[in-house]
Design a protein around this ligand. Structure first.
Ligand SMILES: Cc1ncc(COP(=O)(O)O)c(C=O)c1O
Length: 477
């Protein structure tokens, strides 16, 4: 009996590890031959799986077979070079290798003592990225899973700064706390609304500021909204400037927004989840201009810097304040927390933390800044090339300037309603075909097609094929 306890036998593990290593290498090599999306009906995968957990042991060969036969056919291949949804996909060979090591180590980076190297490497890669972003040394960072969580923590610090003792006393039932308002452009990501919801500030207190013709926040409209709110008793709390908006990758005017924040003593949070990645490209430095004026900045290396999902970095000018808001050391952690310079559990609501720094460290060393920049530069070139193709076909029009690796355009129908339907139909037909993968979004109430580049495997040939498929599909819908 006793020899049946413990983990699976070492020899068996080694054999499967080799098999999976080969499987992963084959997958990476052959990925472009696969259909991108499975086109299955909702529930069809679950219907093939037992509804209750196994009572008895199952062999890994059987499990792997079911992976191949049931799970794999239900995968949407984000890593496929023809996948051009969202911001492309950012997995890389060295990132995959790092994830294998991370899984084997399975350390918890909550305190320094629970794994000193995990904490110290996190500090190192955060500092590398801080330097690329040209943020002063006064900014401290922390790694979270996503930008949504980073923005929530940033706004929690803003809230604590504006209303004392929120940590201890909360907000409800307090007459000394005014109604806060948070400002973001009409292009800002929904994570800002979610952060406000989670912080108990009230969704209706997110004020959406109109954007200009190029989808950048209209600063005059921001200033007016802030003044009008202050006049009727609201407390303008924070402005979120987006650098690389989700739909068009537009860049809000950070310098001007920072002036409004200074005038009205508001927190400036920069959501550079996507656009911040351009910090490694010398000729694109204008994108990160004046980041040093912010109180907090969030960047997702899993969006542009080739680190596999998930890895998001939050920088706060006064990181000690973030720590004060969230540090809480229960007795059972006191021993492990003692004597350390940094225990990252102090910098957020999460206690247990994955060792995410390892993959960033391995990926960034694999390419170096120059290698990262060269690859991103090529995506920018391909986005411009695609933009030229759209311009040269009279049946299509550009819907927004192409600033980064994102192109928004639309098929021109007979009238607006007809065109909205056709553009949605083009995206749906293409995605169902498995040959390419795009997104639709709404700009100024019109449905448009959105192409996002970022996959390290995507070449000019892939982008050219996408354009051919789009044109051929437009002929048929
Ligand atoms: C501008 C922007 N901010 C925030 C987010 C949210 O990112 P995450 O999925 O890391 O929470 C996105 C996601 O696409 C985004 O485009």
């Amino acid at each position: 009996m006793s020899d049946k306890l413990g983990d699976t036998p070492a020899a068996e593990f080694r054999k499967h590890l080799h098999e999976i290593a080969d499987w992963v290498a084959d997958y990476r090599e052959q990925i472009s031959t696969l259909p991108i999306s499975p086109n299955q009906k909702p529930g069809s995968i679950r219907a093939k799986l037992p509804g209750s957990a196994p009572e008895q042991t199952e062999s890994f060969d059987d499990i792997l077979r079911d992976f191949q036969q049931i799970i794999f056919p239900g995968i949407t291949h984000w890593a496929h070079p023809d996948f051009m949804g969202y911001f492309g996909a950012t997995t890389t060979n060295s990132g995959i290798l790092a994830e294998i090591l991370t899984g084997a180590l399975n350390v918890n980076a909550m305190t320094w003592r629970t794994s000193p190297a995990a904490t110290e490497l996190e500090t190192v890669v955060l500092d590398w990225l801080r330097q690329w972003l040209r943020l002063p040394e006064t900014f401290g960072g922390v790694v979270y899973d996503t930008a949504s969580i980073g923005s929530m923590h940033a706004l929690a610090v803003a809230r604590e700064k504006a209303a004392s003792e929120v940590r201890e006393r909360g907000l409800s039932g307090r007459e000394d706390v005014p109604m806060f308002r948070v400002y973001a452009s009409d292009q800002a990501h929904s994570s800002i609304d979610k952060a406000v919801i989670a912080l108990g500030l009230g969704e209706q207190n997110v004020v959406r500021i109109a954007s200009d013709a190029e989808f950048r926040m209209d600063v005059a409209a921001l200033r007016e909204a802030v003044i009008a709110d202050a006049r009727i008793g609201f407390k303008p709390l924070a402005v979120v400037a987006t650098v690389g908006t989700t739909s068009t990758a537009s860049v809000d005017p950070v310098r001007e927004i920072a002036s409004v924040c200074r005038e009205h003593e508001m927190w400036l949070h920069i959501d550079a989840a996507y656009g911040g990645g351009l910090c490694v490209v010398p000729e694109m430095q204008w994108v990160i201009d004046r980041f040093e004026l912010a109180d907090s900045v969030v960047v997702n290396p899993h969006k542009m810097l080739f680190v596999p999902f998930d890895f998001s970095a939050l920088y706060v000018r006064d990181i000690a304040r973030l720590r004060r808001v969230f540090t809480l050391v229960p007795e059972y952690l006191r021993g492990d927390a003692a004597g350390a310079e940094i225990n990252y559990m102090d910098y957020g609501v999460q206690l247990g933390r994955r060792f995410r720094a390892l993959k960033a460290w391995m990926v960034w060393r694999t390419f170096g800044r120059e290698g990262l920049a060269a690859r991103i530069r090529d995506h920018l070139r391909l986005a411009q090339l695609f933009t030229d193709w759209v311009r040269s076909d009279a049946r299509f029009e550009l819907s927004a300037p192409t600033v980064m690796g994102v192109v928004c355009f639309r098929y021109i129908g007979h009238n607006d309603a007809d065109s909205d339907r056709l553009n949605a139909e083009i995206v749906r037909t293409i995605n169902a075909s498995g040959k390419s993968y795009l997104m639709q979004t709404k700009l100024r109430d019109r449905t448009v097609i959105r192409l996002g580049l970022g996959n390290i495997l995507t070449t000019e040939e892939n982008v050219r094929r996408a354009w051919e498929i789009i044109r051929a599909t437009a002929d048929t819908v």
